[in-house]
Design a protein around this ligand. Sequence first.
Ligand code: ATP
Ligand code: MG
Length: 573
Amino acid sequence: MSSVVPVSPLRLPSSFNFASDVVDHWAWRDPSQVALYWTDQSLSTTKQLTYSHFSRQSQRIACLFASLGIKQGETAIIIAPRVPEWWETATACLRSGIILCPCTTLLVDKDIEYRLQVSHATAFIGDATSVAKCLKVRATCPNLRTIVQINGTAPPGVTDFHSALNKIPSDARFPVPSSLGPKSPGMIFFTSGTTGPPKMVLHTQTSYPLAHALTGTHWLDLSPGKIYWNLSEQGWAKAAWSWLSTWNCGATIFIHDDRLAFHPRRTLEVLNKFPITTLCAPPTVYRQLVLDETRRFFATEKGQPKALVHCCGAGEPLNESVVRIWKEMTSGIEIFDGYGQTETIVVCANQKVNKVKPGSMGKPLPGVPLTIIDSEGNSVAPGAEGDIAIVVSKTRTDTDFFGFFEGYIDKSTGMIDTKIKTYPNGKIYFVTGDRATRDEDGYFWFVGRADDVINSSGYRIGPFEVESTLKLHPAVVESAVVSSPDPQRDEVVKAFIVLTDSATSKIRASRAAGEALVKELQDFCKQNAAPYKYPRRIEFVDSGFLPKTISGKIKRAELKALERRRYKEAQGA
Ligand code: ATP
Ligand code: MG
């Protein structure tokens, strides 16, 4: 019944290298074209670096890495704040076939040790802070041979990036190795760790570096002249989505080297000061941007974006109400929600060619064989819930869609697990682990991660819909909805809710006010969603209570486990 055919309009080329075919290409087309528009923390210093700059620098750095003995096929972990050296060295790795493994600056020593050990990285490239952490664990990472420090004074045994690079001639060239093919390993990412320990995801030289051309074209609507700001920190796959898609489209990445905790007002100040045309932020940021206080600042002259025309969101479900309020605030800019994973490019999104349906993840990108299947591997009918899956052919041939990973690298054996599954009907899929429905127009609607869906008295309830309904209530800042064990219904819907400051003051002042608000929120959910979905249990919590990944995603599995523990304890008592 599915019309999905695993053939992509973006064919796998016989050869491709991101540095030579994308960066050098734009540098050759227009030597003055800006690839990266950078500003420091205080917004006082700016740099506009061209594609020519990255073309030249990445050739020199590739020569430097070769002279340091870092070889094609070896892995280099890179941890640095948002400084231009990050994009220079990352491009050099792709040019020379060194497998790039970006990690977040928020990692502590033992996280770095874990990543160095399981990735078998032979090189570590970092700023002074992360190099200091790396040195503390170096002794237990036997594969690590080379450490390169990009700022400050390098300690003994560490290569000082800038002084070593100064010795490489400014016109040095690094030919792309002939053995580096489109399916050679290119990048390793660790997943966000929302459902368990972060998994190691292997991408090829094309599955991210080239396939993100689709992300940039269809979701971000990028082209030369556009300036794109994505708030993600460098260690996450989403930052690579931005980098690779922007440069594939010949546009400009905007970078604010922000080292402070997120503050909505600062985000608006940046949008006000710089000619940013395109913004991507996670839903949690948009939720803060639409709060009353931020809206008041937005209404002032200093709070107005200078050049913003297109907004996108991804990483978590985006509530319909947030899209609506943002559109009102910005006099018409919608938020284009897009769906993808560390394992994939953006495979489904609201796109310029279609009407945005707030609350939906939009439609599969052109050429992406994305579908929703039942447990037998058949595409489900409109309105029915199933697993989001990518159709795969038996051999993953060159005409297949190639914008998803090779597999997870097993941390102890180093083997690649492709996670590709053959169903009873003979069809083969990569199953994402997320559940959704599709409407008559082909739009996908996120239900939840397969493990987060709640089964109450035979009804299946997706946490996202309940959370979105709660978000419509003015007292709610955010919530996390999980299953809670129940003797009669097996599981019931439980909502952990963070309230606005004024609502919090009210419930703290009187117990009766708290009880009244619980009832009000339950009635509100019954009126605004199917009544069986209302949260039978509600707990008001401080914002710090909700367990989140370093990238800010709610770890519902931990809350679910908490409910189980509490239930067992109550039974034992
Ligand atoms: P882990 O795999 O380690 O548990 P993670 O799945 O959160 O962590 P990521 O690859 O960063 O790691 O996130 C991808 C997941 O984020 C998706 O599988 C999906 O659950 C969620 N997601 C991404 N975009 C959207 C979206 N637009 N709407 C709803 N959920 C989304
Ligand atoms: Mg995942």
